[in-house]
Design a protein around this ligand. Structure first.
Ligand code: SF4
Ligand code: SF4
Length: 343
């Protein structure tokens, strides 16, 4: 008998394989690990303040405090936020048409009004893309650690022998999962790191992360816990405890400078400044920097849809600042006024 004109295939067909595969328990596919990202609302190169030498300053978003005079209100947000700049707006209405949820309207052809409850939840910010006048901008961008390290490598040639990176904010140490590994990377790369911190952080984490920081600028905004809470939203117990722990930690060999923002009729009494100086000295620190109140952040309050309580407040006089400096010096400390510092 003559067989079929083709060879009968006795092996496993593709269909067999697929069926077999489908009936077998699936092997777990390891998830692709997303790199941790941090929310940054500004990066400034060539800064000569807030640390020795020339520095790259990174402004990290989010803060446990909400000081009523804060000069970076956009740094209080924990997600990218829309800023509307009235002076650039020509009321063309492109943003009105672009917003998918109707959160922006033009009133009487004159006023652009944003529904901030909707905008603060917005993830897409189409209104910013639609605006041709840069009147709508988004503050806050996510970076990976590698991306920031790349910027530091680029800037390093401008830092000179003593410069480095300063982390400001917001509270620069607030984004713990991002900052710990980032600061470890900086340490491994021999980058000088300074931070401008509130010191309002869990104590274990605060002491852990300080191991990777060379210079600390930290505020004491008021010695009275009740007044501190009125002005910042939190009482000062944790802040004072962390500052004292740092000053008395023999293993920490960085430099810390305590700052007092001098806010007229708020924390500028002789008693409060003297009490702060005594606390600083008892904690083992030697230098205080008093910073006069200014209104440079005022327009940003409008841009993020917040109200500003200090519109009528004037900066303290030079005499007042020198008077407070003398009180601090009487307590045996070095005191610098404003940005007249050697660093
Ligand atoms: S698109 Fe820009 S310029 Fe036009 S109304 Fe909106 S914010 Fe103003
Ligand atoms: S931020 Fe979002 S919700 Fe607000 S106006 Fe723009 S697109 Fe609309």
């Amino acid at each position: 008998m003559i067989g079929p004109p083709y060879e009968i295939f006795k092996g496993e067909t593709t269909m067999d394989k697929q069926q077999k595969q489908a009936s077998q328990p699936k092997e777990a596919v390891p998830p692709v690990k997303e790199p941790v990202k941090g929310l940054v609302f500004d990066i400034q190169g060539h800064s000569v303040h807030d640390g020795p030498g020339t520095r790259t300053t990174v402004f990290m978003a989010g803060c446990p405090l909400e000081c009523v005079w804060c000069c970076n209100p956009e740094g209080l947000f924990t997600a990218p936020v829309l800023m509307h700049r009235e002076t650039k707006c020509v009321r063309c209405g492109r943003c009105v048409a672009a917003c998918p949820v109707g959160a922006v309207q033009i009133i009487d052809k004159k006023i652009i009004q944003f529904n901030r409850d909707l905008c603060d939840q917005c993830k897409t910010h189409e209104c910013a893309e639609a605006c041709l006048k840069e009147a709508n901008v988004v503050s806050g961008k996510y970076y990976t650690i590698d991306e920031l390290m790349k910027i530091f490598t680029r800037d390093r040639q401008f830092w000179g022998g003593s410069g480095g990176v300063t982390f400001s904010g917001g509270e620069p140490l607030f984004q713990k999962k991002f900052m710990l590994p980032l600061l470890k990377r900086c340490k491994d790369a021999y980058i000088h790191v300074a931070v401008e911190t509130t010191s309002c952080l869990p104590s274990d984490y605060y002491m852990e992360i300080m191991r990777y920081i060379d210079w600390v600028f930290t505020d004491i905004k008021h010695m009275d816990p009740i007044k501190h809470k009125e002005l910042t939203g939190v009482d000062n117990a944790l802040i004072l405890k962390n500052i004292r722990n740092l000053g008395q930690d023999p293993k920490w060999n960085g430099f810390a400078l305590i700052r007092i923002p001098i806010i007229p009729d708020t924390n500028d009494s002789d008693e409060n400044v003297r009490a702060t100086a005594k606390y600083v000295k008892e904690s083992g620190f030697e230098v205080i920097n008093i910073l006069p109140f200014h209104r440079l952040g005022e327009s940003k309050y409008r841009q993020v849809g917040k109200s500003y309580r200090f519109a009528e407040c004037r900066p303290p006089s030079e005499e007042k600042m020198n008077h407070l400096k003398a009180i601090i010096e009487e307590e045996g400390l070095v005191c610098y006024v404003g940005y007249k510092t050697p660093f």
